[in-house]
Design a protein. Structure first.
Length: 539
């Protein structure tokens, strides 16, 4: 009976995972639309992801600092359930602001674009609260040893939202996902109001569902806070320096008229400043762990090398997952990659995010404890059922699905990766990291359909990385597990920073060449899996 209650609670909990995926994937269609509608360069268009994913970091850091100051774990004090309700309400407020921001927005109206960024930031703040609470909540609903499997299951629902998001947003903006005779300038951005009105209502309904749910426990834990004053100082220092760097980055755009481009020197300066921001994050965390190894007092979870390496792994994983699709639309509009119109890219974004759904559904199979023989068959059957569902979503949008039949070969490669990994987080992470890096290299050294399929397959290989990185990073943290989890959620910041770097690389060197950054990200993930496996084994 207890297991049944856990299952009911888990099914209620995963509804918020759907929202995260829906909004995140919908941004992939909003980016190319806003780029053309507001006459932005590629870097400016990536500010959509910067605002959204940057909010995760700001929200998580604020909660940690506040908990440190009051010496009480505020999320455990509120309870995971209440925290999610508060987060949903904040996201609903962001949706209301979005509806107001895009009301009557005209082409080239950059002030409206700034309001859109503000609204996305507030939606992201709500998601930050939800995600910080939902991750440990899902793990707590049952045996801790199978917690990563429940995260995989929740991730599968999240990816279903990502598969639907691009189609719904494209339908709202263009009326169909395949029209090629639409002028962006002829479309009013207020068409997107219907999406955010609906999303805002769903946020409120979900908050009510959580608040009144009898199957979902409060999720309150011991609210005593494990002090980490030095870790707090380190995070405040990193955040302050990042704030100064981005002030100088955005200052380069002040006074720029709509449609006006920056000089070559300004573009190079912005790229250098973005790389400096990346250095500050990497050096700041590594140096903090170096100091913590000498004198652990005051560093909390940050004294564990596997956790700090994991923070950088989450940073690079979220960064590569987001940036592949965030820049994909611009890549597909180039002649070498089909020369598509902005209104035609939604199915490709859906295939990309659908790849994550395929992998996460497959990774969640073990949640249901099938026999070994049945599990082997499910590893083959489930991915293709998920693939057929993705094709069905694309077909509903009115796009020809025959263009994506060959993607079934990419799915087969992912299935092979699951069999080789044998449900071991480190091994699976290394295999999928290698396959992701190989796919990006193929995409970089080819063009046309082969390159498109290679880049799209990035979603397949990113699919299991979140729970695998979490499992390895939190291994042997003991009483610091909850704190370590909040540190990991902060590093969703990678979705903000990596996308900006690729956006500026695209402005300077070209959109195709900008994908070299994805190779570096996958390479670090491989390193993390190998290094962390060694650390855990030797401790």
């Amino acid at each position: 009976m207890k297991q049944n209650n856990h299952n009911q609670a888990l099914y209620t909990l995963v509804t918020v995972f759907f929202f995260w995926g829906f909004i995140a994937a919908g941004n992939g269609i909003l980016i190319p639309f806003c780029k053309k509608y507001f006459s932005l360069d590629q870097f400016q268009s990536q500010l959509i992801e910067f605002a959204f994913y940057g909010a995760y970091y700001i929200g998580a850091v604020f909660v940690f600092i506040y908990s440190s100051l009051v010496n009480k774990n505020i999320l455990n004090y509120w309870g995971f359930k209440s925290t999610i309700v508060y987060g949903l309400i904040v996201s609903a407020i962001g949706s209301v602001i979005m509806v107001s921001a895009i009301n009557g927005a005209s082409p080239g109206d950059t002030s409206a674009f700034l309001y859109i960024l503000a609204a996305l930031f507030i939606v992201g703040l709500g998601f930050s609260l939800q995600q910080t609470a939902a991750q440990p909540f899902a793990i707590s609903l049952g045996d801790e040893s199978t917690g990563d499997k429940r995260l995989n299951f929740a991730g599968g629902i999240n990816s279903f939202g990502t598969a639907i998001g691009p189609i719904i947003v494209a339908l709202a903006l263009f009326g169909t996902a395949k029209k090629s005779d639409i002028s962006i300038e002829s479309i009013s951005l207020t068409a997107a109001q219907f999406v955010y009105v609906g999303v805002g209502i769903l946020f409120i309904l979900a908050a009510c569902l959580f608040y009144f749910s009898k199957s979902l426990p409060e999720g309150k834990e011991d609210s005593s806070f494990l002090g980490a004053s030095k870790a707090m100082t380190s995070l405040i220092s990193i955040t302050t320096i990042l704030g100064v760097i981005f002030y100088f980055i955005f200052y380069q755009y002040i006074g720029l008229e709509s449609g006006e481009t920056l000089s070559e020197s300004s573009n190079l300066l912005i790229l250098q400043l973005n790389l400096l921001a990346l250095f500050v994050i990497v050096f700041g965390l590594v140096f903090s762990n170096f100091l913590a190894q000498k004198k652990p007092d005051g560093w909390g979870a940050m004294k564990y090398p596997q956790l700090v390496l994991g923070m950088l792994a989450i940073f690079t994983y979220v960064g590569v997952e987001v940036t592949i699709q965030a820049n994909l639309s611009d890549l597909l509009t180039t002649p070498a990659f089909g020369g598509l119109d902005e209104s035609q890219v939604a199915p490709y974004i859906t295939i990309y995010w659908g790849g994550l759904m395929i992998g996460r559904w497959t990774g969640a199979i073990t949640v249901f404890n099938p026999s070994n023989k049945l599990k082997k068959w499910l590893y083959i059957i489930v991915p293709y059922i998920a693939f057929l569902l993705v094709l069905s979503l694309i077909s509903v949008s009115g796009f020809e699905v025959k263009y994506f039949y060959a993607f079934a070969l990419c799915v087969a490669i992912q299935i092979l990766g699951f069999f080789i990994g044998k449900d071991k987080p480190a091994a699976t992470l290394k295999i999928f990291g290698f396959l992701g890096m190989l796919a990006m290299l193929i995409g970089l050294f080819t063009s046309g359909k082969i390159a498109i399929y290679a880049f799209l397959s990035g979603g397949l290989f990113c699919s299991i990385m979140w729970p695998s990185i979490f499992a390895l990073s939190l291994n042997k943290l003991g009483k610091y597990t909850s704190q370590g989890s909040s540190f990991l959620v902060m590093m969703i910041l990678g979705g903000a920073i990596i996308t900006l770097i690729q956006g500026k690389l695209a402005d300077i060197y070209g959109i195709h060449e900008s994908y070299w950054i994805t190779v570096i990200c996958f390479l670090y993930i491989i390193f993390f899996a190998q290094k962390t496996q060694s650390i855990i084994k030797n401790n």
